[in-house]
Design a protein around this ligand. Structure first.
Ligand SMILES: *Cc1c(COP(=O)(O)O)cnc(C)c1O
Length: 356
């Protein structure tokens, strides 16, 4: 395949969230009329009112999903129906209108009919789709808004598949929390990220690349990373158990997490969704019971966790680099996504009727 034609020129390689494609797909919602039909528009700045509710009170939800180019040249999207359902659940939590699943999928199809050429064919690359919805009322009364805008934009991105992938270091601090029971932790809303950024800065001050979030009440139970779910593996070949914290309402229910649970079982590993305390994480890493750890999410897929650092100590996870099960899971998941392995779970939605 030749260079994508639908990409706006940028200075450097794809990176993340810089090389946006030429179009967006947009819809609006008002209390009286409901959702308008989706329209394809050239990518460009928006004109917004300074009193826009989304800016002031943060009624903003989003999603992240990817389209992959397969060996036969066709394009398929990974689990878009599940993103659609989560988008609706996030909207509900923020007292925003739910976008019906079929409309979400129609917007994805329409976007890819316009800019499907921009799905890269290079190994490890894909097109990241970012649907976002925000309140547009120019009205600062404190109540759920009555006008919303949905926009789907996208950009080409790259994930590195080097099997010797450098593992990330994570900081588990006590100072900040990401989510509390009854809060918005399981909604994919902009505010969760805003509140988490300072912990990312703190992690960097401690020489760590990511934050490992603990629960808000006891600062004891491992929850997730900033934007990715986490797994730790016990044992070795023949007797391996993968553990991930349960969805208590304060974690984001990741689709990569759900897919890893399924694929791990397919590959013959035991999987457990159970609480994991930071003390046990440390003791089990130090004793060698825990042999691997990784984080997973749409953007980076699966990334090994090499070191955990906390006030009062740090420790290595497994060998400190990608373990065999981490590598096997990443291999299987990406093989399904890129169409190199049969899609037995029906996760891929092929795109039809547009550019290749
Ligand atoms: C999006 C997100 C994830 C990962 O979800 P995926 O569906 O796997 O991309 C994990 N944690 C947070 C906080 C997120 O926002």
């Amino acid at each position: 395949m030749s260079a994508p034609t639908a990409v706006r020129p940028v200075a450097a390689g794809p990176g993340f969230g810089r090389a946006f494609t030429a179009h967006t797909v947009s819809m609006t919602w008002t209390r009286e009329t409901g959702w308008t039909p989706p329209v394809t528009e050239p990518y460009g700045p928006l004109l917004i009112d300074p009193a826009m509710v989304g800016l002031h009170y943060g009624q903003v939800v989003f999603e992240g999903l990817k389209a992959y180019r397969r060996p036969d040249g066709t394009v398929a999207v990974f689990r878009p129906g599940d993103n659609a359902r989560r988008f609706a659940a996030s909207a509900r939590r923020l007292a925003m209108p739910e976008l019906p699943v079929e409309r979400f999928l129609a917007a994805v199809d329409q976007y890819l009919r316009a800019d499907g050429d921009a799905v890269p064919a290079e190994p490890g690359q894909s097109l990241y789709l970012r649907p976002i919805m925000f309140a547009t009322d120019a009205d600062l009364a404190l109540k759920p808004a009555e006008n919303y805008r949905f926009i789907l934009l996208g950009f080409a991105t790259e994930t590195f598949f080097d099997p010797s992938l450098p593992a990330v270091s994570v900081w588990a601090g006590d100072r900040y929390v990401r989510a509390a029971p009854g809060g918005t932790g399981e909604a994919k809303c902009a505010g969760n990220y805003a509140g988490a950024l300072i912990a990312q800065v703190e992690a960097a001050e401690h020489g760590c690349q990511q934050v490992l979030w603990l629960d808000s009440k006891e600062r004891r139970w491992v929850e997730e990373m900033g934007g990715m779910n986490v797994f730790f593996g016990y044992g070795g070949s023949g007797d391996f158990t993968l553990v991930t914290p349960p969805l208590t309402g304060t974690l984001l229910p990741g689709l990569t997490r759900a897919s890893v649970l399924t694929l791990a079982a397919d590959l013959g590993y035991r999987v457990e969704e159970r609480p994991l305390s930071i003390e046990d994480l440390r003791a089990d890493c130090e004793s060698g019971a825990i042999t691997e750890g990784f984080a997973c999410g749409t953007a980076a897929v699966i990334v090994p966790i090499g070191t955990v650092k906390r006030p009062g100590g740090s420790w290595v996870v497994g060998t400190g680099s990608s373990g065999p099960v981490t590598t096997a899971l990443r291999e299987r998941l990406t093989a399904v996504q890129y169409g190199r392995h049969p899609d037995v779970h029906g996760w891929m939605r092929p795109v039809t009727g547009g550019p290749k």
